[in-house]
Design a protein around this ligand. Structure first.
Ligand code: UT7
Length: 333
């Protein structure tokens, strides 16, 4: 009997812009302070993509080029490129199309995927299915957002949280016992009222009025979202571990979406792992929405060893949430 084809992560790339927006600078923009931001969220600074007409594609292209360079991959061999984002360059065409052409993936098809902060894990699960079908050999999943494009820098409840950045992974088939082993994905549209952007879509197209009413920015009822996030992200992470018979001692790394350090801590304690096993970079990048998880893999890649068990978990607007069990496929050089 032929062995099951699994999707292995065989490379990671990332990019964060140079400009650092510190809590101190935010203190000059809105009524806030470093102590409140650090104690309520864990964030010290975040990156901002500056410059005219710089869309999220700029960061996606840089992240994929980084991955191609590190893995020595010929872009012509890429079959599929998925860009998970809620801040596409334009409503259409897909930003994935722009990135694929810019990096020379001339034989790939490409599309965007929208699931807010869970977008990257949805993308990873989707790409996994394409690989497992046996038809596709190289699939790139990008997660990234230019959150600064949709933030109201007069609203202290949202502008302190988010930042800009993008990361990506390369998926390839393997018959070894590594790769994406399992996933649980969920969504609940009744969460719409707590986290959304009111205007700019087909329900409320852009008009003078929508701009004057500041409706093109992230709207979030933070404490309501917090309550959903803290239970659902922890539950789903624990579920995917349990149904794969993984006890805390078997898990090398928890890879949690970086929305709030308190949510990360709650998820870690539910899964039973200690702080040293939890990937965290929220202090440096804030919440980059679709970018958080690939940027964690990018930052921690050198510490990962073949066979390490990773539990990846996310929660975001929609609501959307989910968790994946990934067995790491390579030792980093
Ligand atoms: O990634 C996608 C999913 N998103 C999330 O998971 C975000 C989940 N939510 C959160 O992380 C937290 O709810 C926030 C960080 C957004 C807010 O923290 P919180 O502890 O829930 O604060 P709160 O909204 O309950 O506000 C507490 C107080 C309020 O003042 P009063 O009414 O108690 O006087 C706010 O006005 O803190 C005030 N406040 C601030 N104070 C200083 C809100 N924002 C700020 C601020 N600086 N930036």
């Amino acid at each position: 009997m032929s062995k099951k084809i699994r999707a292995a992560i065989t490379g990671v790339g990332g990019y964060v812009p140079d400009y650092i927006l510190t809590n101190k600078e935010l203190e000059t923009m809105v009524e806030t302070n470093d102590e409140w931001i650090v104690s309520r969220t864990g964030i010290k600074e975040r990156r901002i993509l500056k410059g005219e007409h710089q869309g999220v594609s700029v960061m996606g292209i840089a992240a994929v080029k980084d991955m191609l360079r590190k893995t020595g991959t010929d872009p012509k061999e890429i079959d599929l490129l998925i860009f998970s984002t809620i801040t596409a360059d334009m409503t259409f065409p897909a930003t994935a199309n722009i990135v694929a052409t810019a990096i020379g993936a001339v034989n790939a098809f490409s599309y965007d995927l929208g699931a807010a902060c869970s977008g990257f894990i949805y993308g990873l699960a989707t790409g996994t299915s394409f690989i497992e079908s046996g038809k596709y050999k190289k699939v790139v999943i990008i997660g990234g957002d230019k959150m600064s494009a949709i933030l109201d820098y007069t609203d202290r409840t949202t502008c302190i949280i988010f930042g800009d950045g993008a990361g990506c992974v390369l998926l390839e088939p393997t018959t070894e016992d590594v790769g994406v082993m399992d996933s649980i994905l969920r969504s609940d549209g009744s969460g719409e009222c707590y986290l959304h952007m009111k205007a700019g879509g087909s329900r409320m197209p852009a008009s003078r009025e929508t701009v004057e009413k500041r409706l093109h920015y992230v709207y979030q009822e933070g404490s309501a979202v917090f309550k959903f996030a803290v239970t659902n992200m922890a539950d789903v992470a624990a579920q995917v571990a349990e149904r794969n018979n993984l006890k805390a001692k078997d898990i090398q790394w928890l890879v949690p979406h970086q929305a709030n350090k308190r949510i990360i801590d709650a998820t870690a304690s539910r899964v039973g792992v200690n702080e040293a096993q939890v990937m965290m970079n929220i202090q440096r990048y804030g919440n980059t929405t679709d970018g958080t998880i690939p940027l964690l893999l990018w930052d921690y890649e050198k510490q990962l060893k073949k066979g390490d068990n990773l539990i990846i978990a996310a929660f975001g607007g929609g609501f959307t949430w989910g968790a994946l069990y990934v067995k790491w496929a390579y030792d980093s050089k």
